[in-house]
Design a protein around this ligand. Structure first.
Ligand SMILES: [Zn+2]
Length: 197
């Protein structure tokens, strides 16, 4: 990491991204994995894009405008918002998990290609899913679900953009056990089947 430690949050200081970069070849299949998730993908509208630029003043707007987010529940079950990259950045900065400089750097591709899985329990991801991910995938334990920026209801989301794939997997959260969660329940069924083998 080239920028000074003073601007990093405690979580960022612990992250060792140097050895976690994913090659272009290994990153390419991530697009396919993202597309295979049945939930609808959302990009930021103009209002959200304007708001994220205020949070991240040095960001390349055209790059993040292409980011896509798949919330497992689809539209927010409480307020109907289409959650996108703004919800993710907003919650990370508000909770103090990340600094704006760090987020700008990651979203600008300054750390190279990264694949990150936030989870709660080791059972959240089946071995089969893990096997599809690059060897350099970063697993972050005890990651909270992403709260909707409007109403605060958290849900599982997956972010895909050029150089970054980030899962927030939360199967243990009751809010994620709704019937609308087809791909998550499918994932759970698959995990159960694999465990029986
Ligand atoms: Zn909401």
């Amino acid at each position: 990491m080239t920028h000074t430690d003073n601007f990093l949050t405690p979580i960022e200081k612990k992250l060792d991204l140097e050895g976690k970069r994913v090659s272009d070849t290994d990153f390419m299949p991530m697009r396919k994995i993202f597309d295979s998730l049945p939930s609808k993908a959302f990009k930021m509208g103009e209002d959200d894009l304007a708001e994220i630029k205020k949070l991240l003043p040095n960001i390349d707007g055209s790059r993040i405008a292409e980011s896509e987010v798949k919330p497992a529940n689809g539209l927010c079950g409480k307020c109907g918002r289409a959650m996108n990259l703004l919800d993710i950045v907003h919650s990370a900065l508000k909770a103090g998990t990340h600094s704006s400089g760090f987020v700008e750097r990651i979203l600008s591709g300054g750390e190279g290609n990264l694949v990150i899985v936030g989870y709660q329990s080791p059972d959240d991801l089946s071995d089969k899913i893990r096997r599809k991910l690059p060897a350099n995938t970063i697993f972050v334990k005890d990651t909270a679900p992403i709260p909707c920026k409007n109403c605060g209801v958290g849900q599982e989301v997956v972010l895909y953009m050029d150089g970054l794939m980030h899962f927030w997997v939360q199967p243990t959260k009751p809010v994620l056990r709704n019937s609308g969660l087809k791909w998550l329940s499918g994932l759970r069924k698959m995990m159960r089947r694999l465990r029986r083998r």
